[in-house]
Ligand binder design. Structure first.
Ligand SMILES: [Zn+2]
Length: 624
């Protein structure tokens, strides 16, 4: 989903102050009826407070909605045609939107209504909570702090975007770089190179930017905390967690339970991976894996270890259009509608042809421009497995948008049941798209040429189980320490590596200086802060929904499960998607699967791997 990145443009700001003035006038003129004295609302009858709150929400929505659409359109242009001018326009539009949503009158009115929450309908209270959470990001009560945060964020994002990675500095370091490189080239080298010395150079080059980003991030952590405290949150981490209606302790408990449950499986994967890589690089097996041995800059998953699980050859030569179409067909076969014509007209789905000057954002994303029919996706689809599964994932977001854009779901609740649900639905479709019987049915995989299911399962665990250690472990604990515990900046580097060792079983190739900030190199710390646990929860949700669909609806093996053509699966999914954020996510989960969020289904999915890994690791030293 698009991030709101607020910056500056005089034209948009003028619009913003006009809108804000109109908003204040409209809201102050809203019915000022005295609040009902009743302690709780009588069943089936609207209280006076409820009626006032509804009128307030109607005014706010009618003001915010069009500005939100304008902002999304400007953001879309900035992402699909990257120029300094478009970036400036996005900056202004985002700032205008933030000023509107964080305006003082909204905060005061929403708080006043929520003080009488018992007299409100659930749907009304939920909208007011969402409104306050959005306002808490940019409270108009402390405009100077908000402006400083916005400026620090854009400065830091620009530093990261404009950074040149360097594989070989000039002999005189101050003279610059003799061999500049890109993040893409670094990723490719870490996937392909078999030369350990080269790998170490590349890995170290990828971490240099951390030192540059650290002072800005230190400043930002303080500013974000200041912003969050304005509306009474202990820290910015607590504000982001509040969107789940959870405390920080409750969130950390869910994450720690998931880590503890998946740890035996993780330990088996760790032992197998370090022995396999030691053999590959002709080194003795270490206790902890050196970070530069792994095919990902943060070791967040461990790719390239299972050769036979590479499905890229199956997609070679497939026209990219057919890859996106087949993802649409997947949803249509479940009973979802065809994508609107505007999706195909307005999306930006393929790489910019070589030789053209236009630059577009490299990350795949799905956009809900007007919170109604205008849905678009930004991708760069090519003929490989990654884009086949990514297309299924992005269209999961798109069908979520379409499903909750109904009169039953108010504008402010046109979101996932929580942030993780939106990702979880996309990831569910990705998981479904990787199932062997589905690949055979859609003609991607020739029947009789199915890969060894053991290799496929191992490869999948090296993604999902390993990712839990990074997302629920390292990232969530590190960011919690930064915001909630205000960890002194001098200790950041040591703490990061303590967590990488503890959760991921990985060690830096050589001791790293305290002035470096290897954690700061993860983009999310800069532009999507304090919410990486979204991805950990999405992983749990994905396996729980998949487990329910395969065992209860389709009555198939969870590891060889074909959704395609099942209207029953479609009905089940629509039941979740069409609610948006109108219900508590825990109730949505319970109603859908009969259980609370947990790693149970994930562990059931990988159950056969436990014995397989025990065999593979027999006689090996697994201590760390
Ligand atoms: Zn996604």
């Amino acid at each position: 989903m698009p991030l709101m990145r607020p910056l500056t443009s005089p034209r948009r700001l003028a619009v913003a102050s006009l809108v804000a003035a109109a908003l204040t006038a409209a809201l102050l003129a809203a019915p000022g009826r005295a609040a009902s004295k009743a302690a709780a609302k009588p069943a089936g009858k609207k209280t006076a407070v409820e009626k006032d709150a509804e009128a307030f929400l109607a005014s706010v929505t009618s003001l915010i909605w069009p500005v939100s659409t304008t902002t999304a359109n400007v953001d879309w242009v900035a992402a699909t045609d990257v120029t300094p001018e478009h970036t400036g326009e996005r900056t202004g539009a985002d700032k205008a939107y933030a000023a509107l949503v964080g305006s003082k009158v909204i905060i005061e009115k929403a708080k006043a209504f929520l003080a009488k929450e018992k007299q409100l309908d659930d749907l009304t209270a939920r909208q007011l909570h969402k409104l306050l959470l959005a306002a808490a990001e940019t409270p108009g009560t402390i405009p100077a702090v908000v402006a400083k945060r916005v400026e620090a964020e854009s400065r830091l994002a620009a530093t990261l975007d404009g950074y040149t990675f360097c594989l070989q500095p000039k002999a005189n370091v101050a003279a610059g770089c003799a061999r500049p490189t890109t993040a893409n080239e670094i990723d490719n080298l870490l996937k392909k190179s078999r030369d350990v010395n080269e790998r170490q150079r590349v890995w170290a080059a990828s971490k240099e930017v951390g030192k540059v980003l650290k002072p800005g991030l230190v400043e930002l952590v303080a500013l974000r905390n200041q912003v969050a405290r304005e509306l009474g949150y202990k820290s910015y981490f607590a504000l982001k967690v509040a969107d789940y209606d959870m405390s920080v302790d409750e969130m950390m408990k869910v994450l720690d339970d998931a880590i503890a449950t998946t740890k035996p499986l993780f330990d088996g994967l760790h032992c197998w991976a370090k022995n396999t890589l030691a053999a590959r690089y002709k080194k003795p097996a270490p206790k902890l894996m050196p970070a530069h041995w792994i095919g990902n800059r943060w070791a967040q998953y461990w790719p390239t270890l299972v050769e036979e699980a590479n499905l890229d050859p199956l997609f070679k030569g497939t026209p990219p259009e057919r890859i996106v179409k087949s993802a649409e067909n997947f949803y249509v076969s479940l009973g979802f509608p065809r994508l609107p014509a505007s999706f195909w007209e307005k999306s930006d789905l393929y790489p910019v042809p070589p030789g053209l000057p236009r630059k577009k954002n490299a990350h795949a994303s799905a956009w809900h421009i007007d919170h109604a029919e205008d849905v678009r996706s930004l991708m760069s689809v090519e003929d490989n497995e990654q884009w086949f599964s990514t297309a299924h994932h992005e269209l999961g977001h798109i069908y979520y948008y379409i499903s909750y854009s109904t009169p039953e779901v108010p504008f402010l609740l046109r979101e996932g049941a929580n942030r993780a649900f939106h990702e979880g639905i996309g990831d569910l479709a990705r998981l479904a798209s990787e199932q062997t019987p589905y690949l055979v049915q859609v003609g991607v995989m020739p029947a009789g040429k199915e890969p060894d299911p053991k290799g496929t399962l191992l490869n999948s665990a090296l993604q999902s189980v390993v990712f839990m250690a990074f997302s629920a472990g390292t990232m969530s604990h590190f960011e919690k320490d930064l915001y909630e515990n205000e960890l002194p900046a001098a200790e950041w580097q040591k703490r990061w590596w303590d967590y990488v060792g503890q959760f991921q079983g990985v060690i830096a190739p050589v001791p790293r200086g305290d002035d470096m900030c290897d954690g700061c190199t993860k983009t999310h710390l800069i532009d999507d802060p304090a919410s990486y646990y979204d991805y950990a929860l999405a992983t749990l949700i994905k396996f729980q929904l998949h487990d329910h669909i395969c065992t209860k609806i389709l009555k198939q093996d969870v590891r060889a499960c074909n959704y395609a053509g099942s209207k029953e699966v479609g009905t089940f999914l629509k039941g979740i998607l069409s609610k948006g954020a109108t219900r508590d996510w825990r109730a949505v989960m319970k109603d859908a699967t009969g259980e609370a969020i947990s790693p149970r289904a994930m562990m059931a999915f990988y159950a056969p791997l436990v014995e397989d890994l025990a065999k593979r690791n027999a006689g090996k030293d697994c201590t760390r």
